[in-house]
Design a protein around this ligand. Structure first.
Ligand code: CA
Length: 228
């Protein structure tokens, strides 16, 4: 799950990035309002942690601009403790408010509450979401996302990716892939499989630093996170 942290205090931003990464989130950081707004508009984050006082565009203005098109959950951070400031923040579209200084555990708890509220389908026991690292698909909504970016997949590519995600870490032979996704036998399918896997790889790995879909020579393909 990808989060955006907009915070100009470098040390605090780094502390949040590190802590949230350790909790399994993928975290982008912006150190000013202009970069923060740009990222928030460009990508689909699950949640934004937004400082109120920022150089460039302040937190409330960023929020107002964002809310014109996006409903990404926003947790605002502020040094202010006045009630009217909190009210103003909530009225501007912040989903929750945390006053500095705060304990990381409280920040994390608030983030979890907001994420649960935003995405009830993610709750424990739900099996419609499959993922590996920053790659995730929602089987019910037929949606694939990597690093917060929506991937445009054909129906067949989506089925192929779902198979790899269900069996991640397992080398799948072309025969098996053909049977599972195309309902074809090996002889007629081998080239079709290679072409389809290459196309899928271009989409899920092409624009990203880390490769997830690997060729295992003479055997087939495997989707897994490898040490680099
Ligand atoms: Ca600040």
């Amino acid at each position: 799950m990808k989060l955006l942290v907009v915070e100009d205090e470098i040390k605090l931003a780094e502390y949040l990035r590190k802590g949230l990464t350790e909790e399994g989130f993928v975290v982008d950081v912006a150190h000013n309002g202009v970069d923060g707004l740009h990222l928030a508009m460009e990508f689909d984050y699950e949640l934004i942690v937004l400082d109120g006082m920022l150089p460039g565009i302040d937190g409330l203005s960023l929020l107002a601009a964002l809310r014109q098109t996006k409903q990404t959950p926003v947790l605002m951070l502020t040094a202010r403790v006045r009630v009217e400031d909190r009210v103003r923040g909530l009225q501007s579209g912040a989903d929750d408010y945390l006053v500095k200084p705060f304990a990381f555990s409280e920040l994390l708890a608030r983030i979890q509450v907001l994420l649960r509220r935003a995405q009830p389908a993610r709750e424990v026991g739900n099996t419609t979401v499959l993922g590996l690292a920053d790659l995730e698909i929602d089987l019910m909504r037929r949606r694939a996302v990597r690093a917060g970016r929506r991937l445009e997949l054909t129906a067949q590519e989506f089925s192929l990716l779902a198979l790899f995600l269900r069996r991640q870490g397992e080398v799948l032979s072309r025969t098996e892939i053909a049977e599972q996704v195309w309902d074809m036998n090996f002889d007629s399918a081998t080239n079709v499989i290679d072409v389809a896997v290459r196309r899928l790889r271009n989409k899920i790995d092409g624009p990203f630093e880390r490769t997830l879909l690997h060729t295992v020579r003479g055997m087939g393909y495997v989707l897994e996170l490898r040490e680099q």
